[in-house]
Design a protein. Sequence first.
Length: 190
Amino acid sequence: MELYAAFEQSVSSTGRILKGVRPGDLAAPTPCSEWDVRALLNHVIGTLWLSTALFTGQEPRYPMAPGGLPGTDLAGDDPAAAYDEAAAAALAAAGTGDTLTRMHVTPLGEMPGPVLSGFTTLDVLVHGWDLARATGQPAELDTAVAEHVLAFARQSLPEENRGGRIAPALPVPDGAPVTDRLAGFLGRQP
């Protein structure tokens, strides 16, 4: 799958799930044990703004460490609108020129465009799955984009390099749906 298409599909998938989040869901726990739904929404929206900055080489509109939370509530009273604004900016930045193929300066050091877009695509897609699980929505992801993200994760996140919010892989049968295999690989209970 082409890098921009994978990013666009992950953003779209999570956007559909986010539109199903109700105000009463915001305090609900998520598969990311340290974050409730509101915090997870802030992380995803913040990740889109951070990726916009990293793709363009500019200062982030809302500073945030990779894998962290922004210093302000980005979800506000209308998380779907906040997500849509951040998503549009990230997609525009990713779709400009050689953004997805050139090197980028990141807080984690220089990173090739395919790796930066791969991690951003993974983060947005998988946290969409987390939101679906936390809010009782269907969590099955598009097969093609889930397979793309799983292949990237297997290449980029070996067991020995995991830490922080990426837990050790959980066993999932080889014949399980790709969404379950992706969730299990990232330490989530499918």
